[in-house]
Design a protein around this ligand. Structure first.
Ligand code: XMP
Length: 184
């Protein structure tokens, strides 16, 4: 009988995340946030990061509009599928607005690049990008985020909104995951 389970190696602790989120929001505000900045978050992986940064923006006195784009690129594997599917929720155009596009992790670059192009086509006044994690890999698409939380090695990670097949999003830290098959 084969029993599948996972081993976890914590790479970024809850405390480190909390500290970094505060710094990052300060950095973004000092740069470009005006009242009524629109945050467009790429779902689903960014939802925990988003929840933390928007409350940090609020603590620092910023007013926001928050919208979403639904992207899927992994579907049950640990290898990026290359051509992300974008499903747009009904949302107001970002024409003339100050926009911050937020995603969980930059890997090949396909997802951030595709979402950025969608928003650029709506002619925002300012469009900046922010990802929680940047994977230290050679990108397939040439894109650099304006802001990021942490750089990580080329490992598949979960937690803080990131999942493996829908699991582990609830973990308050970032962990490298390894699947272990045990024969009993
Ligand atoms: P690309 O390759 O388009 O990937 O830059 C970005 C999207 O892929 C997902 N992704 C991951 N999800 N652990 C995850 O749970 C990972 O290590 C990982 N690497 C990429 C993620 O949804 C991201 O938006």
């Amino acid at each position: 009988m084969t029993n599948d389970h996972f081993s976890m190696n914590i790479l970024i602790s809850e405390d480190n995340i909390r500290e970094r989120v505060k710094e990052l929001v300060e950095e973004i505000i000092s740069d470009f946030v005006y009242n009524e900045t629109t945050i467009v978050a790429a779902l689903k992986g960014s939802f925990v990061f988003l929840a933390d940064i928007i409350r940090e923006f609020h603590r620092k006195g910023s007013e926001l509009i928050v919208e979403f784009i639904d992207v899927s690129s992994y579907s049950g594997t640990t290898v990026s599928q290359g051509n992300p599917l974008i499903r747009e929720f009904k949302r107001p155009s970002v024409c003339g607005r100050n926009v911050l596009l937020v995603d969980d992790i930059l890997d090949t670059g396909h997802t951030l690049s595709k979402c950025k192009t969608i928003l650029e086509n709506e002619h925002p006044m300012v469009l900046k990008t922010c990802v929680f994690l940047v994977k230290d890999v050679k990108r397939l698409v040439d894109i650099t985020p304006d802001y990021f939380g942490f750089t990580i090695e080329d490992k598949f990670v979960v937690g803080y909104g990131l999942d493996y097949d829908g699991k582990f999003r609830e973990l308050p830290y970032i962990a490298e995951i390894e699947e272990i098959s045990t024969s009993i």
